[in-house]
Write a protein that binds this ligand. Structure first.
Ligand SMILES: [Zn+2]
Ligand SMILES: [Zn+2]
Length: 341
């Protein structure tokens, strides 16, 4: 409703009804529509892109579910889960070192995946559930969400900037006494107010992208086998940016899907130090196909993009703490399946 009203107030009341100079009128209407189209496009994509859920291999088979339900001891349940997780590209654990498991969806949670209590589903690389778009912001629409913030900020700044002189006229009684003057006044107020809140939210998310953290991870650092590490998924500024926006610059500013990976697993500099997990896949020299050109959610580009993102990166040398944690899981009787929501 606010967007609809802003269109009416700006185009009809301000541009057509109040601006007298023809040149200014045309420039304002044309430029406004450019901002409006980009904003509406990104907004639309953020709202209507379905959040992605973990793929089949993360779900427990019927027999495993039965075993898990039969077992009462957390320790044995963990053994079952560890056996399942062995073949999955999972590097994160709960803070106590247990396999992350979702009780409601009955699946082993992929890295960075969280259960959304509003959607009642596990959402890949869940960022947060956003009431402004009535949708979960996660792997499938995070780029759209960022562009939505950017374009709505530009939209508001453009309106505020071009409306400013008429807003001043309103207070100096320079406007004719029609209903347009109230639209002009409220338009400036709301554009300025939204600009301030959007700028701070957009700034925060730019910082998150540069650090490769989701909002949830900013509040609680993901735990790896060597412990919680808030920089666990960070690969350096350039690669962090490319993970969200993709390799092809021409797609960066458009709300089309171009994020790298499949959302189920993410490159981490700690990967190669994890003895339980398969190492970085071979075939680093294979020709990399553009993610932007592929289907919206490419089935298997992750391996390639993962390798690509890691190939130039220096692996961190992990201190020798890896073995202890291996036993940690089995010897801790207090260990239970932990559910994070
Ligand atoms: Zn779940
Ligand atoms: Zn949600």
């Amino acid at each position: 409703m606010i967007v609809g009203w802003s269109y009416y107030a700006y185009v009809i009341q301000l541009c057509i009804g109040s601006i007298t100079d023809i040149g200014e009128k045309v420039v304002c209407v044309v430029a406004y529509h450019l901002f409006f189209i980009m904003f509406a496009w990104a907004y639309w994509k953020t709202i209507f892109t379905m959040p992605m859920n973990p793929s089949k291999e993360f779900h427990l088979s019927y027999t495993d579910r039965e075993i898990l339900e039969r077992e009462e001891r957390g320790e044995t349940q963990q053994e079952v889960l560890r056996r399942i997780a062995k073949d999955l590209p999972i590097y994160t654990r709960t803070l106590s070192g247990a396999i992350r498991y979702c009780d409601r969806c009955q699946l082993v949670k992929p890295d960075r995946c969280h259960h959304c209590s509003v959607c009642d589903k596990c959402i890949l690389k869940m960022d947060h559930h956003c009431p402004w778009v009535n949708n979960c912001v996660g792997f499938s629409n995070y780029k759209f969400f960022l562009l939505f913030l950017a374009y709505s900020l530009l939209y508001c700044l453009f309106i505020a900037a071009t409306d400013l002189q008429y807003f001043i006229k309103f207070w100096t009684n320079g406007l004719p006494d029609t209903q347009a003057k109230f639209h002009i006044m409220f338009l400036f107020f709301s554009a300025a107010m939204f600009s301030i809140s959007l700028a701070s939210l957009f700034g925060y998310h730019c910082w998150l992208v540069s650090k490769n953290r989701s909002t949830l991870e900013a509040f609680r650092a993901p735990a790896f086998r060597h412990g919680a590490d808030k920089n666990g998924f960070s690969l350096g500024f350039g690669k962090n940016l490319r993970q969200v926006f993709g390799d092809e610059k021409k797609y960066w500013l458009l709300p089309v899907f171009s994020s790298l990976g499949d959302g189920c697993s993410f490159p981490t500099c700690l990967v190669n130090q994890d003895p339980e997990q398969p190492s970085t896949p071979a075939g680093l020299n294979t020709t990399v196909k553009s993610v932007g050109d592929a289907s919206p959610f490419p089935a298997k580009p992750l391996r390639e993009s993962q390798s690509r993102l890691l190939i130039n990166g220096q692996s961190w040398t992990e201190s020798d703490g890896g073995h202890e944690e291996d036993k940690h899981g089995t010897s801790n009787p207090a260990m239970v399946i932990e559910n994070e929501t």
